[in-house]
Structures are given as structure tokens and as C-alpha cells.
Design a protein around this ligand. Structure first.
Ligand SMILES: [Mg+2]
Length: 403
């Protein structure tokens, strides 16, 4: 029997936009967008006419209609979240977990990596000592992460402006200049960033692997010098050295120059929207690891396809997801279960604030054990809202979200 879409809604719960696809069969599909993406909610009504009356099980057909109407981060978010919510409906309608619809289970448990930005009171470390403190906090996290990521270089503006003469260029201060610092580093500056990595690795030891979120903003030669200098630490990857967060293009040729000149794996991709924007990076073998975010790239089936294509080119996958919320974690678990053998891990998101864990049913407790999540088998994404508890957190303008 068709499962016709009768409404598409969006409410901001906590800081995360939440998408609800309503159907005539009493099934609702949910997904989240990354926290703080205030652009999502006003855009959802724009996509609604493309969905109304469609059978929600025809995810591919609906995506053909709307995937063209999006762009790089943050403008791929509405389409991506709709895609994930559609899979949630399709899974519930067929009685199958979403990973079955994506091709079936490759693995029984999925590796989740932690980000110090989610585990420490300090968001952006300034000094080797602050780096060491953040690393210790992340190491102590109850999730028992085997792989963690920390911000260094231009991804941590305080670090790049902590000592005199660290780099040449304009420092853009304040919250309204996202990741805009860029330029050539001095020897002193580059050595300082290396000393921060050294301090982190000293705390983590060999039991926990380290990835560093580094930019964007490095010039190619500094990126190469840095990647070579940290080779002894056997890092999992260096992320976004050249382009990345809120850069509306991936600069594949420059990434390739960096990647070809170091043993340290090079990673990018969280801003990417659609497979079409990944082809240069993949076909030129410009990076070692690709990390699109399911809530930005066009959804989980889109990311699965990119992963398969990357595998043909010797590229590994480690999807981004730090602020994707608990529905984002559910989407990543189903996706991760079905990804090929070039899959490493996904970036774990927390429910923030903590009451998120009280308004959602179906999550295991604990969610992450020794750095891994056991894949669950309930239909759809396998989690849903405890409507009574969730209603208490709806804003006045979203009062009818669950109706
Ligand atoms: Mg990043």
C-alpha cells in the first residue's frame, strides 16, 4: 500500500532543526540538521510541494526531484535531512532497518570517533597545555573512544594568535567571521602548532589515535611542512588544511599537492554537497580520507554511493557529524553498518542539551561502548520521539509539530 506524504514540518528543538515527514498511514519519519543551522527551517516549506502526494518509499524518485535544489554547506542541509527522514519512513513502512534498504549489513558494530569540541569545556585550545587538558578530558569520556579529533592551526583561532608573529595575514575576530583566518606561517608559528600536536599525543599515548582538524587556511608549503613534521605521531588524518568548513568548493589540485608530499593521511569533505562535487577529489586521488556529512552531502544513500566510488580510488571514508544530534547518530549507525570496507569511523554527536536523551526512545544505553556502537535492528532509523516528553521542549511557534 502506498505511504503518501501529507505534510513536511520543521521545528527547532534545542538547537537542532528537526524534520518530520507526515504520511497518510500514521507513520512519521524524522531527521535532524546540524545544530545552529538557522537557515534550515525557513527553507522547508520551499521543498514541501515536491514531496506532497509522493509515496515516501520511493526515496530515489523524490530525491531526483529535490537534489538539484541545494548547494554546499549550509545549503545542502534541508535536502539531506529530508532524505534521511524519507528512509526512516521507508524502513518503518517495510518493517526493515534502514541499513537493509541501503544494501544490508557489512559490520555488526560501527566505530564512533570523539571530538574534543564535544568533550571539553574549552572549545578552541590556545596552548600546548590547554591541548593536553582537552586531550585528557576526551580520553576520560565514558564512550571510550579509540579515535579522537582535536582542533589545531587555523581551526583553532586562539592557537594561531597566542604568540607574537605566528603568521602573516589578517586575523578576523568575533563570531561572525567563520574560519576566515588564512596565510603563511612563520617558523615560530609552525613549530608552535607542532608542539601542540606533540602535547596532545603525549596524553593520548598509543591506545588512542589522533586526527587533527586543521583549517581551512594553510598555504600548500606550510601544509606539507606541517604534515611531514607530525609524521612520527602516526596521525589518523589532517583535516581541511586547504578548504573545508564553509568553503563552497574543494580545491582538489592543491589538496593533491599536499597529499602527494607526505605520509600523513590528508582528509577533507564536510562542506561537500552531492557526489558530483566529490568527483575531482576522488578521481584525482587528491586526499586519503573523505569525510562528507550525511546531513550536508544529500543524505545517507548519497554518502554510501560516494564511499563506493572512493573505494575504487583507494580513498577511505570517515564521515563528519559532530553536531548532527541523536537522529544524526542513528543515521550514521545505519549508514556505517552498510558502508564498504574503506569505512573507518564516523564523528559522534551528542544530544545537546542533555534532555535530548529523555525525549527520544530507542537509543541503546550506553550508546557507545569501547568506542563502538552495536548496530540495532529496529525498523526505520529505530529511534523515535517520546512525544509527550518532547512537546515540553517545543517553542510556541512549533506547538503543532507532533500533530
Ligand atoms: Mg572539520
Amino acid at each position: 500500500m502506498p505511504v503518501k506524504i501529507t505534510d513536511v514540518k520543521c521545528a527547532v528543538i534545542g538547537r537542532n532543526p528537526v524534520i518530520r515527514i507526515v504520511t497518510d498511514q500514521g507513520i512519521s519519519g524524522y531527521a535532524q540538521a546540524e545544530s545552529g543551522k538557522t537557515n534550515v527551517k525557513p527553507l522547508i516549506p520551499y521543498y514541501k510541494p515536491y514531496l506532497l502526494g509522493e509515496d515516501a518509499r520511493n526515496v530515489g524518485r523524490i530525491m531526483q526531484k529535490i537534489r538539484r535544489i541545494g548547494a554546499m554547506k549550509p545549503w545542502g542541509s534541508p535536502v539531506s535531512s529530508i532524505e534521511i527522514a524519507l528512509w526512516d519512513v521507508a524502513g518503518q513502512a517495510t518493517g526493515l532497518p534502514v541499513y537493509e534498504l541501503l544494501g544490508g549489513k557489512i559490520r555488526e558494530r560501527v566505530c564512533a570517533y570523539g571530538n574534543s569540541e564535544n568533550n571539553s569545556p574549552v572549545f578552541s585550545p590556545r596552548s600546548p597545555q590547554e591541548c593536553a587538558e582537552m586531550a585528557a578530558k576526551t580520553k576520560e569520556a565514558k564512550e571510550g573512544f579509540k579515535l579522537v579529533k582535536m582542533p589545531v592551526g587555523f581551526h583553532s583561532s586562539p592557537m594561531m594568535n597566542a604568540i607574537p608573529n605566528e603568521w602573516y595575514g589578517q586575523h578576523w575576530t568575533g563570531r561572525n567571521f567563520p574560519y576566515m583566518d588564512r596565510g603563511v606561517m612563520t617558523k615560530r608559528g609552525l613549530d608552535y602548532v607542532v608542539s601542540c600536536v606533540e602535547a596532545i599525543k603525549k596524553v593520548l599515548g598509543d591506545d588512542i589515535d589522533l586526527a587533527c582538524d586543521c583549517g581551512p587556511g594553510w598555504v600548500p608549503k606550510d601544509a606539507i611542512r606541517f604534515a611531514r613534521a607530525v609524521e612520527p605521531y602516526h596521525l589518523a588524518w589532517l583535516e581541511d588544511l586547504i578548504t573545508g568548513d564553509y568553503t563552497p568548493y574543494p580545491n582538489a589540485r592543491v589538496f593533491k599537492e599536499v597529499k602527494d608530499n607526505t605520509e600523513t593521511p590528508i582528509h577533507t569533505g564536510e562542506e561537500l554537497y552531492l557526489r558530483e562535487n566529490c568527483t575531482d577529489l576522488i578521481e584525482m586521488q587528491a586526499v586519503d580520507v573523505l569525510g562528507p556529512d550525511p546531513e550536508d552531502v544529500g543524505g545517507i544513500a548519497e554518502l554510501k554511493w560516494i564511499g563506493e566510488y572512493a573505494d575504487l580510488h583507494g580513498i577511505q571514508m570517515a564521515p563528519h557529524g559532530i553536531f548532527d544530534g541523536v537522529f544524526g547518530v542513528a543515521a550514521q549507525v545505519h549508514l556505517g553498518a552498510a558502508m564498504g570496507q574503506n569505512y573507518i569511523s564516523f564523528e559522534y554527536a551528542k544530544g545537546q542539551p542533555d534532555w535530548w536523551y529523555e525525549i527520544v526512545d530507542g537509543l541503546p544505553n550506553p550508546i557507545v561502548k569501547d568506542g563502538y556502537i552495536d548496530v540495532w535492528d529496529k525498523p526505520g532509523l529505530g529511534i523515535t520521539f517520546n512525544v509527550r516528553a518532547a512537546k515540553a521542549h517545543l517553542a510556541e511557534e512549533d506547538r503543532d509539530f507532533f500533530e
